[in-house]
Write a protein that binds this ligand. Structure first.
Ligand SMILES: NC(=O)c1ccc[n+]([C@@H]2O[C@H](COP(=O)([O-])OP(=O)(O)OC[C@H]3O[C@@H](n4cnc5c(N)ncnc54)[C@H](OP(=O)(O)O)[C@@H]3O)[C@@H](O)[C@H]2O)c1
Length: 237
């Protein structure tokens, strides 16, 4: 029987590359995100299904269940990003900023995982996209990505009872996504590339390769780990 994969944030960037790779590997893939038009275009290109909902909103996650697969073999919690709340520098603004990144990066993964847990197949693979910032620092965004690590440890215990695995894939700088918006100057790009040992930016396919491995039969004994994919920008951790 064809195995299923759900990729949150699958309309663009890393999630799109993951969805394409898993589809080529034979999975029946469903991509999700908030923008229906982006999802539709990507889904048409890749030959996958799509469902539009905000993964940080409980009602929307619940409402999407009817359009998500009844059995889930692979869940890729990829939705997220470094959200700028723009709420000012006073304490109320700081609170809004931290909550915005917590919602975007932690709650998106937690809510979708909780909603789909009753549908997890035996041997399920849950792969959550963290960040280099979750280990080496990065303000409210880094703290949110870092919070995924202990959450993933609990999840690995739970899915282990199903013979499944749960891992965090932590990318370094990945070009060709919407992550940086207009904020990636040439100077910043050069600095980020300069931190790698391989002298190039990551590309979405670099991350998709690791995710595809974790979703494959050969990775059945890899669980409760953080897999860093960063060209050596963060060495030996
Ligand atoms: N690019 C990098 O250098 C880098 C490095 C480390 C980690 N990461 C992580 O990699 C993941 C993918 O990012 P990317 O670089 O591929 O950037 P991206 O192109 O901006 O992709 C993020 C995707 O997540 C979706 N998304 C965001 N918030 C959502 C929400 N509340 N509900 C549903 N979907 C949501 C977005 O679609 P909609 O806007 O349509 O919802 C978008 O498709 C993110 O978790 C990011 O933090 C990226």
């Amino acid at each position: 029987m064809t195995q299923t994969a759900v990729v949150t944030g699958g309309g663009t960037g890393i999630g799109r590359a993951v969805a394409g790779r898993l589809a080529r590997d034979g999975f029946a893939v469903t991509i999700t995100g908030r923008r229906a038009e982006v999802l539709k275009e990507t889904a048409d290109d890749l030959g996958v299904q799509w469902v539009a909902f905000d993964a940080a909103e409980p009602d929307q996650v619940r409402g999407a269940l009817a359009d998500l697969p009844e059995t889930v073999d692979v869940l890729v919690n990829n939705a997220g990003g470094n959200v700028r709340a723009g709420a000012g520098d006073d304490l109320a603004g700081i609170k809004a900023q931290w909550l915005a990144n917590f919602e975007a990066n932690v709650l998106t993964a937690v809510l979708v995982t909780e909603a789909l847990t009753p549908r997890f197949a035996h041997g399920v693979r849950v792969i959550t996209i963290g960040s280099i910032a979750g280990t080496r620092g990065g303000g409210d965004y880094g703290a949110a990505k870092g919070a995924l690590v202990p959450w993933n440890l609990d999840l690995a215990q739970d899915v282990g009872k199903l013979g499944g695995t749960a891992n965090v894939v932590a990318p370094g700088f990945v070009a060709d996504t919407e992550f940086f918006g207009d904020a990636l100057t040439e100077q910043r790009r050069e600095r980020l590339v300069g931190q790698t040992l391989v002298g190039r930016p990551g590309v979405p396919d670099d991350i998709a390769e690791m995710v595809a491995h974790l979703a494959s039969p050969g990775a059945r004994h890899v669980t409760a780990q953080v897999l860093h994919v960063n060209g050596g920008a963060l060495a030996g951790r």
